[in-house]
Design a protein around this ligand. Structure first.
Ligand code: SAH
Ligand code: SF4
Length: 391
């Protein structure tokens, strides 16, 4: 658009929310969307790019939420922002800290829905596990989230907001005048919480672009891992549109068993999935695919399974992450014994693949894979029962 563009064009693009008097949350907007929103609120066309740069830095580099504190903006421009916008995060309802340092946040989003976010500190990294949906449309039989219906997709703002609220809690925003700390508390983000990220692709992509942006949180693309149950047609987009690393919930070596464990396999079976993985753009030894494999006692954990797995993935730069099953009330499976898990890991390791066994973290606060949300629901139910009994 040129400087002579009539102002009425802006009027035509004013988002409905602004016209109706509601304020637009800036969190989660891409740079282009933020530019449109600022222009619609009356920012001069020529200044839009600069304003986006300034506001972006306040929100995502400094972690500032109040327009009043954006001190390099003129007072009346701050007032304009405050009139039209907010910088809002989902609300933290509860925060639990495990004996092992794992933190779990129960977070409330618009509509009163709740998702969970887990922070896992390790010696060489700190991983934040975030959610992409409330519930899940898929029904993997070993996953508690899979027993909950999909309520809705999270917005990009709600996804970015999970990273921001964890940085708040960890005190990770830089402080003016103080030197930048060396390491990062949140060095990695994994989309392994509730939901299937590839079924909410656009919002996940936009959110990750905000998180990766160099002038903000600036997390490198290889610090982000997206885990999918195997939505074959969307897999390549994770590489081309986000550039992140990929993890796949593989979990079985025959279609018969995978159909039972990960029912999306009936739509895109092992062969189709492997083909998509083989052609994952940018795949290399330094950017391997993580195969997640949940260890279910006498279901998928035999030495034959391990050997079949090695055969299936031949030629794919891969790491196999073995996840001891985390049991939940009423779950139809048991965790494999330590002996079976180690025997399985050895076969894969001897075939030349890294095969780490994931240590369950935050078990005392029900923060482990596949347990999310269930605990808070359960607690509420039992609190409800206790209240009823007391009446
Ligand atoms: N929906 C995505 C990402 C979320 S689940 C996916 O399925 O990949 C993150 C990982 O935890 C997945 O590999 C999932 O299969 C695994 N998981 C789910 N429930 C589990 C449980 N009870 N015990 C161990 N791993 C589980
Ligand atoms: Fe959904 Fe992933 Fe759970 Fe399957 S494992 S039900 S895809 S959250």
């Amino acid at each position: 658009m040129t400087a002579t563009t009539p102002i009425t064009q802006h009027v035509l693009t004013i988002p409905r929310k602004l016209v109706e008097g509601g304020k637009t949350n800036l969190v989660g907007l891409t740079r282009a969307q933020m530019g449109q929103a600022l222009a619609a609120a009356g920012t001069a066309e020529k200044q839009v790019k600069m304003r986006v740069g300034q506001v972006w830095q306040w929100i995502y580099y400094w972690g500032i939420r109040e327009f009043d504190q954006m001190t390099n903006l003129a007072k009346d421009y701050r007032a304009l922002l405050a009139e039209n916008f907010t910088v809002e995060l989902p609300q933290v309802v509860t925060r639990q800290v495990s004996e092992d340092g794992t933190r779990k946040y129960l977070v409330r989003i618009a509509g009163g829905h709740e998702v969970e976010v887990v922070y896992i500190p390790e010696t060489d990294r700190g991983t934040l596990c975030i959610s992409s949906q409330v519930g899940c449309t898929l029904t993997c039989s070993f996953c508690h989230t899979g027993t909950q219906k999909l309520v809705r997709n999270l917005t990009a703002g709600e996804i970015v907001g999970q990273v921001m609220l964890a940085r708040d809690d960890l005190g990770e925003w830089p402080v003016k005048g103080q030197p930048k700390p060396d390491g990062r508390l949140i060095s990695n983000v994994v989309l392994m919480g509730m939901g299937e990220p590839l079924y909410n692709f656009d919002n996940v992509r936009d959110a990750m672009r905000v998180v990766m942006d160099d002038e903000g949180i600036a997390l490198g693309r290889r610090r982000i891992t997206l885990s999918t149950s195997g939505v074959e047609p969307e897999i390549a987009r994770a590489a081309t549109e986000i550039g992140c690393l990929l993890a796949v919930s593989f979990h079985a070596t025959t279609d018969e068993i995978r159909d039972r464990l990960v029912p999306i396999n009936k739509k895109w079976n092992i062969a189709a999935l492997l083909e998509a993985l083989r052609s994952y753009p940018g795949l290399s030894n330094s950017e391997r695919i993580t195969f997640e494999y949940v260890m279910l006692d006498h279901v998928n954990d035999s030495p034959e399974d391990a050997r079949r797995l090695v055969e299936l993935i031949k030629g794919i730069p891969a790491k196999i992450n073995l996840i001891p099953f985390n049991e939940w009330p009423g779950a139809p499976y048991k965790r494999s014994s330590g002996n079976r898990i180690h025997a399985f890991a050895d076969i894969i390791h001897n075939a030349g693949y890294a095969s780490p066994i994931r240590t369950p973290r935050g078990e005392d606060i029900m923060a482990a894979c596949g347990q999310l949300k269930s605990a808070s629901e359960k607690q509420r139910k039992s609190a409800g029962k206790a209240a009823a009994a007391a009446e």
